[in-house]
Design a protein around this ligand. Sequence first.
Ligand code: BES
Ligand code: ZN
Ligand code: ZN
Length: 518
Amino acid sequence: MDTKLLFQDIAGFQTPLLAVFAVDIAVGKDAEPLPGLLTTSDAVTNAAAKVLASGEFAGTMGETLLLHAPNGLKAERLLIVGIGKAKTLSVDEVRKGAGTAVRFAKPRSIREMAIAFPEDHALSDEHLESLPCELTGRALVEGALLAEVDYDTYRSERKDLAVHTLSLIAKEDEKTTRAEIQKGFDEGVVVAAAQNFTRSLVNEPGNVLTPTELGKRAAAMCAEMGLQCEVYSTEKLHELKMGAFWAVSQGSVEPPALIVMTYEPALKKGQSADGNAPVLGLVGKGITFDTGGISIKPADGMEKMKYDMAGAGAMIGAMRAIAELKPRVKVIGVVCSAENMPDGKAFKPGDVVTAMSGKTIEIVNTDAEGRLVLADGLHYAKTLGCTHLIDAATLTGAVAIALGILNVGLFSNDEATWEKFHAATAISGEKFWRLPCTDDYKDQIKSQIADIMNSGKTRHGGAISGAMFLKEFAGETPWMHLDIAACAWNDESKPWIANGPSGIAVRSILEWVRSYSA
Ligand code: BES
Ligand code: ZN
Ligand code: ZN
């Protein structure tokens, strides 16, 4: 989809479809819904007046209403898109609203469309918080580009239902400045492309996207974006003594891949490298298929375990955006990719393996493989000089029991790091919920015969036991763990996004990284 940002009067814009946003401005608990348009255009307000007065449209999130041949507008159709309660409006609703408009147009074979930049000042201040225009511009583009994608790559008959051109129409006045909107718009294009890249990787079936293939795709991305990239395999794992990572991969005929992507910020003129500057390590779980190994999973739903590399996908996508947005901080992406298979050569419950850090691990469940590959990934990132670590992993089914599918489970051993991340989520619009990983939970992973075991003694707090295991390998280094198991794949579509891979965490990780930019 081609996206354009134009500054002009929306009433005079010729287009097959013009979308405008509406919010519900009703106040009070029992008040009837009352839609209000986020536009100062009298022509649009007049064209929509009758239907808005009819009470047939409330302005709830994802609600749409279409008018053909709207009076007084050059557009052939006017689409009113509800984005929810005015009181709770944020740029995240704008992102979803843009997505809703695009996904409305797609199946109707509308190839060209326009969206009116939401004007918060169209409604009085008592109704809503103001929308910062740079972030609004960015959210609009992101929402539209994320909505554009449907995962039909593997269908032999693919319908061309793409929206080819999207124009965002803004007005420059004392509330909105052209430069700010343009900046947000340009960033939105980069961020959405990165998130869609992640989604396309996560969508791939296990027979296509093996660890080797994931390495190739990461390397190709890095070459295109100007990042350094090394892809290692079995030999390097042995050389580095990555006994935990190797244990997981040993049952598969597919060799593992250790992918290291490096972004070095350019120095300002006359500036010399600062030895005390932070180095951020992005570590991703890249299990391209998780059968559970010898502790094999039930057949029902096992096909979904192709998305067990979504953490790796998120880190590769984040690196892509980092390469383009160029924050002034060094970032190293480490992806640990393997296939978890049952086999004569596979690791077994009861085995004891030695991780790169020297810690011994008793394997009690071969299905708790993600923490094993990450143990070595986290330790390795530290040896590469990382001062701050973040990992993303589809680590546990238990996180869905704890939090449902709306919030990613977040764990951290450092308040300052977590606070920076929390601030970043206000920009990304993604939802995370912090869970505890204090030392009193360590009892769960105490082993009778080794330093630790790879699964909790009981099933209580399974997501926490996973985090406690990883925490052992982060050690004293500030660290965050994102358990994205419940949020990386959407079983159901939404008006603003297709079902399938969500690309969760890419935007938040990116914003967190940018918050360290010197
Ligand atoms: N890949 C799974 C976790 C998962 C489950 C991801 C559902 C996405 C959806 C992980 O490797 C796993 O199997 N974890 C076990 C851990 C247990 C054996 C301690 C689990 O959650 O049951
Ligand atoms: Zn598993
Ligand atoms: Zn897994």
